[in-house]
Design a binder for this molecule. Structure first.
Ligand SMILES: [Zn+2]
Length: 83
């Protein structure tokens, strides 16, 4: 059976089980999961390839992509121009 990788829909949500993503084996006929089986938070399926080599730095990169660290570095007021 194929293995699917899931992670919380919202970053920084979820329980110890799902917070960093998890792999779940299920039949291709089964509906994909929409909630964490442990805590019930909303989860989304991600490509398995993205799970390979996944680490904390991936989160940092994603945070950077989302502009989080940028906001911190640019500082007072300037980030507002990005929206
Ligand atoms: Zn969970």
């Amino acid at each position: 059976m194929p293995v699917y990788h899931y992670e919380p829909k919202e970053e920084n949500t979820g329980c110890e089980f799902c917070r960093d993503g998890f792999d779940y084996t299920q039949s291709i006929k089964d509906d994909r999961l929409t909630q964490c089986p442990e805590c019930g938070c909303e989860i989304i399926k991600t490509p398995v390839a993205a799970a390979i080599g996944r680490s904390q730095s991936c989160f940092d990169d994603r945070a950077k992509a989302a502009g989080f660290s940028k906001l911190k570095k640019i500082g007072t007021g300037e980030y507002e121009k990005q929206y």
